[in-house]
Design a protein. Sequence first.
Length: 389
Amino acid sequence: MKYDFDKIINRRNTNSLKWDVGDNELPMWVADMDFPVAQPIIDAIKDKLNVGALGYSIVPGAWYEAYVNWWKRRHKLTIVPEWLVFTTGVLPAISSAVRKLTTPAEKVVIQTPVYNNFFNSIVNNGRYVVESPLKYDGKAYSMNFEQLERDLADPQVSLMILCNPQNPSGNLWSSYELFKVGELCAKHNVTVIADEIHCDLTAPGKEYVPFASVSDVCRDISVTCIAPTKTFNIAGVNSAAVMIPNKFLRHKMWRQLNTDEVAEPNIIAMEATIAAFNEGDDWLEQLRAYIYENKQLCQKYLEENVPEIYLVPSEATYLLWMDCSAFCTDSIELTEFIRNDSGLFLSEGAEFGQAGRQFLRMNIACPRSVLEDGLTRLEHSVHAYIKSN
């Protein structure tokens, strides 16, 4: 069926984290799409609700099959069902991994700029963050292997959290880059948590490489976090999985997830996940094309109207990573100015580490009319900011 991604969904006054803002404000910050959910997912949830009872749920065989078939079909990765463990979310799984696979006061490496909640999962559990900055040449990002090895060589480092695809830059890491990460981590006895929640949100014709698929080493030292929630706009369903081929690591993670009470599904999680992976291909292909067109629109608009902003090229996610270094030294101040000036609510790059301090992140997973409104507000506010300084 043809999906209408131009349709406006009014999410105000619905207890939405994203849309709990002022009447004149436009939220384009948190990674939450404003598109209608695929109809097979809605139908599966309705069927479950029509049973009339909302009791405890189990993880059925169909849940494992849905993951196995999706990754085989979409990503050419063969997953053995027993490698999968249900969890309520990728972030809870990462926090559980930090608690189980490290000890208090040890260090965890992250390649910045990177998803801000990695910092929280590390610091809130009494561990130390090691920011290992990616290389940025003013145009694009790449792995800084020299710096990464220096950071991994610290005997206090026992864990690395890898973002694949990369958030916020939208980079798709190559097989070689992932292979190199695996080799360096194995050399220094560091376990890898691979956050691959954005893996299906690639540009048409582009494909991500699962970290665990690259080599036996990568497979054996890693815990991969995967989910349908980001891809299919069902984050509120709280459904994810960790994929762990290594039997020893898998037992440790299974034990910790259960200890943390984040291994029990809600009544909707199973049905939504199964429907998404079994029947969501058509919706996803249309979504990827729409997001790609949104990115092209943004590229053209910024070049013509806000040339002071450099848009970092992106092959994944629905997030723009905007370099504002030509006129800004502090993205926190800039985002506050923009929100006060035009009501546009963006994410400050400083959230993603020191390497992001002169950047903004913008969520463009919205109908085109909303995006055009956001771009107009951005243009007005940036020029007002430059004039005021």
